[in-house]
Write a protein that binds this ligand. Structure first.
Ligand SMILES: [Zn+2]
Length: 434
């Protein structure tokens, strides 16, 4: 299989992007770094906004959702907006507010299950901690990002000699009693709580007692890798959905002077239903759009003209066909890895795609010179959903759900195709100028 150099480089950049983003807060920071390097400047929701054509700006809400945009050269009321959405969060294990527990001389950290991970894949991985911590400072508190590069934690499997049926029955964990992560030994009577606080305090250069609260997830320290006989696949954590964030951001950065205003909106909390202040079900995107309209001097009438001519692409990963499990797939809707972006449809509106928006995305792919595929879930299986229907309903704009095909969605080590990532960037770049 021939992989163009530019596609190889784009996919290596994706792996670097994910490796720099072990939590949703880090993902937003990674986006911010790339945006500021490309000349984007930050807007604060608490300030008054004044915007003009050509402006490149971004705004962050809740530390883990970000909307970046370029103001188009043409009036928004006549061009509409080009919006691409994705999500920054991935399913996994989150530390509890008081996680440390002494279990007969071992320090364990209690976790909550965030979203729907394949829990068995978290066993025997070189896990560590990443996220954000609030520390006491004079007069209040400050929020700091923290990440440990070295493996701090582990969820060791039970030996097969004590779990004889594991290969027949599958690997199952009781979420309360069998998922806590091993951190260390509580020697010399050192309290588990102190063993937990000490490395975090050290990493942040503060006193252990000044750590107030945290949002920390376990992440896999193994870096992303190419695999396959022609290195035509990639493996990494969080391909769902940082691959879509990376593709959309790359497309925005490749769009210097668009006619229509182009936006990327990356939301936290998709994996838990999107209903939060910074999630896709919150007011974030609607608030940003109304401020863009106000800044452009659009009245209510023009604002609705703008929305009516807009197009929203919800970019989230799709299920690639797995040759070992053919019965899991709808026989007429195989989405093959390395065969192009997938348009996802569901009659019950689990995806926002209509026949019309699907045709529009097909035309975009054709213009970009990339193949595209169509996916529908088996009728007798429950279908997942995305931010697509939520944002489409909030804004009332035409929307399509698309994504690159991948394997092992919600595993801590997912896989996808190298060609597909290049195709998706090309399609989304074309969408911004279409
Ligand atoms: Zn997703």
């Amino acid at each position: 299989m021939n992989i163009p150099d530019v596609t190889r480089a784009q996919t290596q950049d994706l792996l670097d992007f994910i490796d720099a983003s072990p939590s949703p807060w880090h993902a937003v920071q990674t986006c911010e770094t790339r945006l500021t390097t490309a000349g984007f400047s930050r807007l604060d929701e608490a300030d008054r906004w004044t915007l003009s054509a050509g402006d490149r700006r971004y705004v962050v809400r809740g530390g883990s959702s970000i909307i970046a945009f370029i103001i188009g050269s043409q009036p928004a009321a006549t061009t509409g907006l080009r919006l691409i959405g994705a999500h920054t969060d991935s399913p996994g294990l989150r530390l509890k507010p008081k996680p440390a527990e002494d279990a007969a001389g071992m320090v364990r950290l209690g976790v909550e299950v965030y979203g729907g991970p394949i829990l068995a894949t978290f066993a025997d991985r070189d896990l560590s901690l990443a996220g954000r911590v609030n520390v006491r400072v004079p007069g209040g508190f400050a929020t700091r990002l923290v990440r440990f590069a070295e493996p701090l934690l582990r969820l060791p499997n039970l030996a097969i000699h004590m779990n004889r049926e594991v290969n027949e029955n599958g690997l199952k964990f009781n979420k309360q009693t069998e998922l806590p992560l091993l951190l260390g030994v509580s020697e010399d009577g050192t309290k588990a709580e102190a063993r937990f606080r000490q490395p975090i305090a050290e990493a942040l250069g503060v006193e252990p007692g000044d750590l107030l609260t945290w949002e920390l997830n376990a992440y896999d320290t193994q870096k992303g890798a190419f695999w396959g006989v022609d290195r035509e696949f990639v493996a990494n954590s969080q391909l769902d959905n940082l691959a879509s964030c990376h593709a959309a951001l790359s497309a925005l950065l490749a769009t210097p002077e668009p006619a229509a205003t182009c936006l990327c909106a990356f939301f936290d909390h998709e994996e838990v239903g999107s209903e939060s202040a910074s999630g896709a079900g919150g007011s974030f995107v609607a608030d940003v759009l109304s401020r863009l309209s106000a800044s452009a001097g659009l009245d209510g009438e023009d604002q609705r003209r703008m929305l009516a001519q807009s197009f929203f692409i919800s970019a989230d990963m799709a299920h690639g066909w797995h040759p070992n499990f053919p019965a899991a797939y709808e026989p007429c809707h195989h989405a093959l890895v390395n065969a192009g972006p997938v348009i996802k449809s569901n009659a019950n509106q689990r995806y926002s795609t209509s026949a019309e928006t699907a045709a529009r995305f097909m035309a975009i792919c054709e213009k970009a010179g990339v193949p595209c595929q169509q996916y529908a879930h088996r009728t007798d299986l429950g279908c997942g959903s995305t931010i697509g229907p939520i944002v489409a309903a909030r804004l009332g704009i035409p929307s399509v759900d698309v994504g690159s095909p991948m394997w092992a969605m919600h595993s801590i080590r997912e896989s996808a195709g190298v060609l597909d990532h290049g195709y998706m960037i090309a399609a989304l770049t074309t969408a911004f100028s279409n």
